[in-house]
Design a protein around this ligand. Sequence first.
Ligand SMILES: *Cc1c(COP(=O)(O)O)cnc(C)c1O
Length: 486
Amino acid sequence: MTTDPILSRLATLRASDLPVRGGRTMAYVYDSGLDGLEELANAAHAAFAGVNGLDMTAFPSVVELENDLVRRATALLGGGAGTFTSGGTESCLLAVLTARQHARRTRGVTDPELVLADTAHAAFHKAAELFGLRVVSVPVDPATFKVRPADLAAAITDRTALVVVSAPSYAHGVIDPVPEAAAEAARRGVLCHVDACIGGWYLGHLRAAVQGGGFTQDAPEIPEFDLSVPGVTSLSVDLHKYAYTAKGASLLLFRDAELRRHGWFAHSSWPGYPVVNSTLQGTKPAGPLAAAWAVTEHIGAEGYAALSTRVHRAVRDLAEGIERIDGLRLLARPEASLLAVAADDDAEGAEVDVFVVADEIRGSGWYLQPQPVFGASPANLHLTVTAAVADEETVGLLLAELEKAVGRARAAGPVRVDPAIVEAAAALDPDALTPEEVEVALALAGVGADGRLPERMAPVLAVLQALPPKLGERLLPEVIGRLYQP
Ligand SMILES: *Cc1c(COP(=O)(O)O)cnc(C)c1O
């Protein structure tokens, strides 16, 4: 095939995706709104696409680029060492792996535990599963969605390898009490990780904006959250989020290189080349590293401070506007750049189903991310606010569309799940489902045998959140597995 039809086929495929620029996709993608940034990232990416970061002696450029990025990040967020990774999940995985090895080697812990707030990102559960740690999940305060330090302290044992808190949590956008949590961990001689994957770059630069006199009034108060806090031993911060760089870029920072070394893998007991891996990857694409370097050099500390300030103001305006919409409420007061919007049960008029709101507003070109009920957290919609949304016109448009979508959702009424389905599901053993039972369960959830998902997701989400979590986790890969059948 010649070049043109190949590229046009790719363009056709991309046309069915959500837009990655313009700010209307309020999860997964981050748009600075700056002209030329994507082109710069693409050019840097392309220039390094063939470079293999696996061997830093063969490609010394990758060391320079990584050191520059880590230096920039530690200047912002404290810490004495760092590693560039492929994304937030890999940073979280490596934080847990490092802590497990550290606990094993320095404290003789053979059956390690991972203590986390139950709002911690799914990546930590993945890490525990991969690296053989038992998760000790501490429920957060149901009013604030923040973990209580005393509850964390009570969960720490001699087997605890790592305590994890978030700044902020993805689901609610609130910042756990980092100084108190880190102090409890330190008191017991345990490591403490701050997951600032989504918030670190934003909050660090917002703090710099405040300190630099960028606010004459209404300056936000930013709680302490980074590696300058005593007891915090590692911190993850994604560059492919609020550093607005190409996907595949995150940093894992450590208090020092002595701790970092515990997560590295070295191997010379095979007939091939001597191996030292600082991440989970072998062959390591250098494109995302070069793109991140180029984008951060271009925007710079002052540029990021300005972007954070814009986002902060947009979050404030959106929060005020959402509180004024009858039928909606904020689950928590936003402390970073994320909003969680639930139905307001005290509102006048008919019940509002937020998943129906999500379907409705998607028809108007906005993507808000549904978050099913979990513990004290009701069904809600997640909004990641990036600089591209941060102008008065766009904020006003979003609020207007949201209000209209609520009106249409009220008229449509909430999705009800047949109690008979819930009852039948509760009787199923997720580990012993036959293929036939899986078919029946998926058909009940509205997923066809061809794997095609329905246009409207509210009915599927309603069933999913009504199922016991273990059953949901058994069925989700079946749903997605049906999509991947060439
Ligand atoms: C995004 C995120 C992660 C995971 O990062 P990916 O880049 O999606 O792998 C972890 N923790 C938090 C709080 C996040 O927002």
